[in-house]
Design a protein around this ligand. Sequence first.
Ligand code: KIV
Ligand code: ZN
Length: 414
Amino acid sequence: MTEGRGKREEGSGKRGALAPDDGRVRIFDTTLRDGEQAPGCTMTRDEKLAVARQLARLKVDVIEAGYPAASDGDWEAVHQIAREIGAAGGPAICGLARATERDVDRCWTAVEPAAQARIHIFLATSDVHMKHKLGMTHSQVVATAAAAVSRAVSLGAEVEFSGEDSARSDPAFLYEVLGTALDAGATTLNVPDTVGYATPEEYGDLVAGVIANVPGVERATISAHCHDDLGLAVANTLAGVRAGARQAECTINGIGERAGNAALEEFVMALHTRQPFFGLHTNIETRELARTSRLVSACIGIDVPPNKAIVGANAFAHEAGIHQDGVLKNPLTYEIMRADTVGWDGVGLVLGKHSGRHALRAKTESLGYELTEDELTLLFARFKELADRKKLVDERDILGLMVREQEEMVREMS
Ligand code: KIV
Ligand code: ZN
């Protein structure tokens, strides 16, 4: 593990300043980019905003809000998140960009309103991607990375650079490209296991290799980004931070391309619960984890499996008699963490036709919405109509009503 390496600190202009390594792992949440990219996980602009608000409550360090060059809708969502949630003292707001001037410039216009505005540039470094996808030589990749990072830095952005498919890249070439990005001004160097191929030992070695072989690496934060194709994304991310990475890229409920990304709630609670083992910590408000999971699940319409670690309905349930007996005598017999540490209290409150305005306000707040009295009155009337037809009204129903109401308001105003 590396000791005493300089790390960037938030809050001093758009690009941050160096801070000593205090064992804190920055959480880079990519639910709204890598997560939203997965089939069936797309979100409307209002849903993305609601999730971003909740991610700010969860106290993630960076919100990757989308891929602005992909569509006008995504640009608008990233821009609005940068304006509303990117205030000083809040999370950095990041957008993804390919290593082209067009993508970088488009990304900058979207994130620019944030106090800490980050552009995340990615370019493949593995032979298979360079040959079959990019059609680029090694020297073209090096030159393209340098140009894109320099462009983003010249605009005033904080820059993260990813060597896409790092885990299947020739390590010597990966070091060269990351070193080039660093010299061009990138302050975060990301090491993605894009296809979820690595084992924890290999991924830890890869991160250690980057730290040992990229000259000047102490000027950057190394980041771990792992996919779950072999079910190893969280284990690999943990191996990455043990090897010296100080940023972890995660998604809520582990959503993401194919089998998904490292689940934020699992990674954070592993560091929290096994603190003496890892000697690392995050800034995450763990009591917001269950609520954030429910909100994302409601937005994308995909239930969390009951046996999912940390946020599944059964994660803290005890059914077997022997277990119940043990837990009643002393929770330590079968519980390694407490349900209330991850916010498993009152989150699943279901509303019905007898519920009042206070309960509805509490529910909308837990879903990330702050309503005026007039908005609440309108929503309450719609909620009562729905509750008359449907016995129980859950988060997904409320979210549906909220999104419809906001869309109508936008239509009326335009
Ligand atoms: O998995 C990956 O390689 C990515 C990059 C865009 C960082 O998501
Ligand atoms: Zn990814």
